[in-house]
Ligand binder design. Structure first.
Ligand SMILES: [Zn+2]
Length: 481
């Protein structure tokens, strides 16, 4: 039976100006995790969130995560965790939700049209401000959903467990171990039945989506060195092996101009595309013009949207990022750099195990370098690796969310994957052993991490309805999987 949601929806509409005010207060706290001097603001934001939820009767705790690795003089902002209702209702399911209350840096001088830490709503209902869509709007969506239930006198359908962190934009320092600990028997998150993360975006601007996959990322360095110091080409050009010459040849051998990874064995690790999967791609609301608009050019690799989306989501890609130690300034300096470090990464997909990828990369780079017969030295290494994640979109967690989307937005959501990574997703899946759903609130034009970040008021208010509706549908979705 479809849940009764009309009273809840009306309550959200009635409270909408309070909800915008709540977001405005949150945006006004510049909780930038990457800037040392803003750390008190990050902590202040965590306590603001805690207080908002306590005022609604939730049981909340601010858990310390220790000192910041590599910046030991800084204390990490607390994980704000909580439970609503404060006392568990054993007759109901338990949903664990995650979000983050820190934001990316922002300055008016970066090119913002409005003060980044003052929520500014234009006549089209676009709410500009740092953190509006990433991720304060979605986090407050959960708070709003609780309040709207109370005001409407509608019983809250589940036990809600909350995990809000303050270091997401700086690598989620300290969080992985904390989550793993708290998911153990007898700990705070032990009884989660499903997980939900609202911290990504629709593929476009019109149609909501549910996200069931993310690519991983393995990031490498190739260091090539020879001479004891930088040399002058007028004196030493033509007399010595040059590190830059070697590096360019090695880097050029990694990927071709059509985006094919040239490292033997990589292709063989990729799960084959199924017929069923091809069908899914056909119906996704995305056009080549969407790509061209976001690229700012027509330099796409493929002609079709299906192949383009597969290129972004379900095939690996290799990107060359830069060269440390190279002469990159303007002008015509005749230097021969003594040591250069090339950087590249591979976005990984099922079934590429990071350790297998490393082995193939190291072997190939060493082989290519050996063929150069240079007297320079090579050192290839992994900087960091995060694994890909793919969930089953047929799990009740997803079917419940799809019903909620249809109820609120009147359309079936697209099932999407993303080309990027949200590492905490995999942590929650592994630590709880439960299904994780990515349920976005904002749209593709929100400019998270960029200047003029915004969240459309419609996405915020309907998004609050969506989060609440999802809880009702997940409360009653048959769950025999
Ligand atoms: Zn985010």
């Amino acid at each position: 039976m479809a849940p009764q949601l009309d009273a809840y929806f009306k309550s959200v509409d009635d409270l909408s100006s309070n909800f915008v005010e709540r977001l405005s207060q949150a945006v006004a706290i510049p909780s930038i995790s990457a800037e040392d001097e803003r750390r008190p603001d990050v902590v202040k934001m965590g306590h603001f969130l805690k207080k908002q939820l306590e005022d609604l009767g939730a049981h909340m705790e601010a858990r310390e995560l220790g000192q910041q690795p590599h910046k030991e003089h800084l204390t990490l902002p607390p994980a704000i965790i909580g439970r609503y209702p404060a006392k568990k209702d054993e007759s109901k399911r338990t949903v664990l939700v995650y979000g983050h209350y820190d934001v990316q840096p922002a300055n008016l001088s970066d090119g913002w049209n409005t003060e980044p830490f003052k929520l500014t709503v234009d006549e089209q209902g676009r709410m500009y401000g740092r953190g509006s869509t990433d991720d304060k709007g979605p986090v407050l969506g959960w708070v709003n959903a609780i309040e709207a239930h109370q005001k409407a006198g509608v019983e809250f359908p589940v036990n809600l467990l909350m995990c809000f962190e303050g270091m997401e934009e700086y690598g989620s320092e300290g969080l992985d171990d904390f989550i793993i600990q708290e998911c153990k028997p007898g700990k705070f998150f032990e009884d989660a039945d499903v997980c939900c993360i609202s911290d990504n975006y629709w593929l476009g601007t019109k149609k909501p989506c549910l996200t069931y996959g993310l690519r991983g990322c393995s990031y490498y360095s190739i260091e090539i060195s020879g001479p004891g110091q930088d040399l002058h080409s007028g004196v030493y050009g033509g007399t010595a092996h040059e590190p830059m010459t070697d590096l360019v040849r090695v880097m050029a051998s990694l990927v071709d101009e059509e985006g094919n990874i040239l490292i033997p064995g990589i292709k063989e690790l990729v799960a084959p595309v199924t017929e069923e999967e091809k069908e899914v791609y056909k119906n996704i609301d995305f056009t080549m013009d969407n790509l061209y608009e976001s690229l700012g050019s027509k330099t796409g690799l493929f002609e079709s949207k299906e192949r383009t989306l597969m290129g972004r989501w379900r095939f690996p890609s290799l990107s060359l990022h830069g060269v440390e130690g190279a002469f990159s300034a303007p002008g015509a300096k005749t230097v021969i750099p003594a040591k250069v470090t090339g950087k590249f990464s591979i976005r990984t997909v099922p079934n590429m195990e990071p350790a297998d990828v490393d082995e193939l990369v190291f072997k190939y780079v060493n082989d290519v370098f050996a063929k150069l017969k240079t007297k320079n030295k090579l050192n290839v290494s992994l900087q960091h690796a995060g694994k890909w994640w793919v969930a089953s979109p047929n799990h009740p967690n997803f079917t419940a969310a799809a019903k909620a989307v249809e109820r609120v937005w009147g359309v079936k959501p697209d099932l999407t994957r993303e080309g990027g990574s949200i590492p905490v997703t995999l942590t929650f899946e592994q630590a709880t052993g439960k299904n994780v759903l990515l349920l976005p609130m904002g749209s593709s034009t929100d400019a998270a991490h960029s200047i003029n970040e915004k969240l459309d008021k419609r996405n915020y208010i309907e998004g609050t309805k969506l989060l609440g509706s999802y809880l009702h549908y997940i409360a009653e979705e048959p769950m025999d999987q």
